[in-house]
Ligand binder design. Structure first.
Ligand SMILES: *Cc1c(COP(=O)(O)O)cnc(C)c1O
Length: 221
């Protein structure tokens, strides 16, 4: 099978599973954006998925994305998402390259992104990342710090469209997805970036608007 056939087959499978989960939850599948997480994958592995019709991609490192994407996306109308921790000193590069940033999680980064957006005259969609399982080693703001973080992002003029989280590994993710959905609703945010290869159907059933799928589309990293 050609690389494009393999990519097409995987993409059709993931799309069908999203549509099925959406139908079970009485949701419109068109309201769910599939982001193909291409971190660590070389351009040759990504090109077949672009050829198969995938338009949204995600990376977790600014430098890696800067090396791969300008050539890959050229003239193609793709949308690029940053899903990894962002250092404030990379805010300018991130704002220049990405269409959405899913890892806004602290005041210093909010200020750096606001300055970068003002300078670039470009305002990528922002998701505030929540440390939904209160894990020490994880990125994201604490749940009880979320109201202040959203207020600060609003004051700084960031276009916050939703919340993002990665639930703790190796436990049932549904309660964490439900909690993130509750928090988004409480704050009047429509966007919910949640769900990865192992749990995106559950996330869709609980309201995800953006699912971030890597290995199920590209194979193991
Ligand atoms: C790597 C990554 C993903 C994709 O994970 P898979 O299990 O490969 O689907 C999603 N979200 C974030 C934040 C990631 O870092």
């Amino acid at each position: 099978m050609s690389d494009i056939d393999t990519a097409s087959r995987r993409l059709a499978d993931i799309r069908a599973r999203i549509a099925h989960a959406a139908a079970l939850a009485d949701r419109d599948p068109a309201a769910i954006e599939l982001i193909a997480i291409s971190k660590t994958k070389p351009a040759e592995a990504i090109a077949p998925l672009i050829a198969a019709g995938q338009t949204g991609f995600g990376e977790n490192r600014v430098q890696e994305a800067e090396a791969k994407w300008p050539a890959l996306r050229e003239g193609r109308g793709l949308r690029l998402h940053l899903v990894g921790q962002l250092q404030s000193n990379k805010a300018k590069e991130a704002v220049a390259l990405f269409d959405a940033i899913h890892s806004v999680d602290r005041p210093s980064l909010i200020e750096a992104l606001a300055r970068a957006m003002d300078g670039a005259g470009r305002r990528p969609d922002c998701f505030v990342q929540v440390n939904i399982g209160a894990e020490e080693q994880k990125g994201g703001c604490a749940i009880d710090g979320l109201p202040a973080m959203l207020a600060r992002a609003g004051d700084a003029g960031l276009p916050v469209v939703g919340l993002m989280a990665v639930p703790p590994a190796d436990v049932e993710p549904a309660p964490y997805f439900a909690l993130l959905a509750k928090l988004a609703k409480r704050h009047g945010l429509a966007g919910l970036s949640m769900g990865m290869s192992g749990d995106f159907e559950t996330a869709v059933m609980l309201g995800a608007t953006h699912v971030r799928v890597g290995t199920a589309l590209f194979g193991a990293r």
